[in-house]
Write a protein that binds this ligand. Structure first.
Ligand code: ASP
Length: 309
C-alpha cells in the first residue's frame, strides 16, 4: 500500500499579535483538525484523493472562520462572489467555478463541473444555471454572513481600495481554504475554495479557481493548493511552476515548493503560501507570510496542526 497523506490550509497572511486570543487560536485549530480528520478518514478507508480533498474543503467552507463558503468576504456590492477549483492528478480532469453566489459548498459544484459537464470552468450566472439543473438549493445571503467579515467591508466600502486577507494593515482574518491528498493507490488531487478579497469589484477573480495558478494536480509531479495575493499568483502561475520545477529540473517536492514561495513569487512581489503533496505521500507547506493556517496527516504517523512559523 502507498503511503497516504493529506494537507489542508485555511489561508496565509499577516496576523497582528494580540488580535489572536488563545480561545480563538483553539477554535481555528479545532476547525482545521476537523477538516483534516474528515479527509483522512476517507483515505484510510480506501477513498480517492479527489473525494478526500472535496470532503476536507467542504468542512472548511462550512466553518465561518474561513473566507470560503459560509464566512466569505463581502464584495463592493455587499454580496458574496465565490471561486473554487478541484483537480484530479490521475486523469488531469479539472472543474472550476467563479463569481458564484448562494452555493453552500462551491467545491462540490466545481467537482460536478468536472464530472457532470463537458467543460472545465463555469462562471457567474451560467454556473448557477448549471447548479440549478443539478437541483442545488440556493442559500440566502444571511447564511454566508459573518460579522467580522462585514465589519472588514464597512471600513473600506466607500473607498476604491480592496483588501486581501493578506493586507499588512491589521489583522486580516486569513481565509482561503484548500486541501491536497495522496490516496492509497498513489493518486493525488487538489482543491481550493475562496470568497476572494474584501470590496472586490468588476468581477475580479483571483488565482484560486484557475488551473495552474492557485490549484493544480498531476500524478507525474504534485498536487498544489495556494493561498496568497491572487494577482501575483496568477502571473507567477505558481501551482504549475512547482510542478514544472519537479518535472524538468528534477527537484524534490520540498525544494520546488520552497523555491517558488520563498524566491520566485517574492521576486515579483507576491506573498502567501501553498500546500503540496506528491505521489509518495510527501508533504510540503511553505509560506512567506507571518502565518498560514495549516494541518497535515500521513499514514507514516506524522500529524501537524499549526498557524505560525
Ligand atoms: N488567493 C486568493 C485570491 O486572490 C485569496 C487568498 O488566498 O486569501 O482570491
Amino acid at each position: 500500500m502507498n503511503t497516504f497523506s493529506i494537507a489542508i490550509h485555511g489561508g496565509a497572511g499577516t496576523l497582528v499579535k494580540g488580535m489572536m486570543t488563545p480561545e480563538l487560536e483553539a477554535k481555528y485549530k479545532a476547525a482545521l483538525k476537523d477538516a483534516l480528520e474528515a479527509g483522512y478518514y476517507l483515505l484510510e478507508n480506501g477513498g480517492t484523493a479527489v473525494d478526500a480533498v472535496e470532503k476536507a474543503v467542504t468542512v472548511l467552507e462550512d466553518s465561518p472562520l474561513f473566507n470560503a463558503g459560509k464566512g466569505s468576504v463581502f464584495t463592493a456590492k455587499e454580496s458574496h462572489e465565490m471561486d473554487a477549483c478541484i483537480m484530479d492528478g490521475k486523469t488531469l480532469n479539472a472543474g472550476a467555478v467563479s463569481l458564484i453566489t448562494g452555493i453552500k459548498n462551491p467545491i462540490s459544484l466545481a467537482k460536478d463541473v468536472m464530472e457532470k459537464s463537458e467543460h472545465v470552468f463555469l462562471a457567474g450566472d451560467g454556473a448557477l444555471r448549471f447548479a440549478e439543473e443539478l437541483n442545488y438549493k440556493l442559500e440566502d445571503a444571511s447564511y454566508f454572513y459573518d460579522e467580522f467579515r462585514h465589519n472588514q467591508w464597512l471600513e473600506i466600502k466607500d473607498t476604491d481600495s480592496f483588501q486581501l486577507d493578506h493586507a499588512k494593515k491589521k489583522d486580516s482574518k486569513f481565509g482561503t481554504v484548500g486541501a491536497v491528498a495522496c490516496d492509497q493507490e498513489g493518486n493525488i488531487a487538489a482543491a481550493t475554495s475562496t470568497g476572494g478579497m474584501t470590496n472586490k469589484k468588476w468581477g475580479r477573480v483571483g488565482d484560486s479557481p484557475m488551473v495552474g495558478a492557485g490549484n493544480y494536480a498531476n500524478n507525474k509531479t504534485c498536487a498544489i493548493s495556494c493561498t496568497g495575493s491572487g494577482e501575483f499568483f496568477i502571473r507567477g502561475v505558481v501551482a504549475y511552476d512547482v510542478a514544472c520545477l519537479m518535472e524538468h529540473k528534477k527537484m524534490s517536492l520540498e525544494d520546488a515548493s520552497n523555491e517558488v514561495i520563498n524566491k520566485r513569487i517574492l521576486e515579483i512581489g507576491g506573498d502567501g503560501g501553498l500546500i503540496a503533496v506528491d505521489t509518495n505521500g510527501n508533504i510540503a507547506m511553505p509560506f512567506n507570510t507571518e502565518g498560514m493556517y495549516r494541518a497535515s496527516k500521513s499514514s507514516m504517523g506524522t500529524e501537524v496542526v499549526s498557524i505560525y512559523k
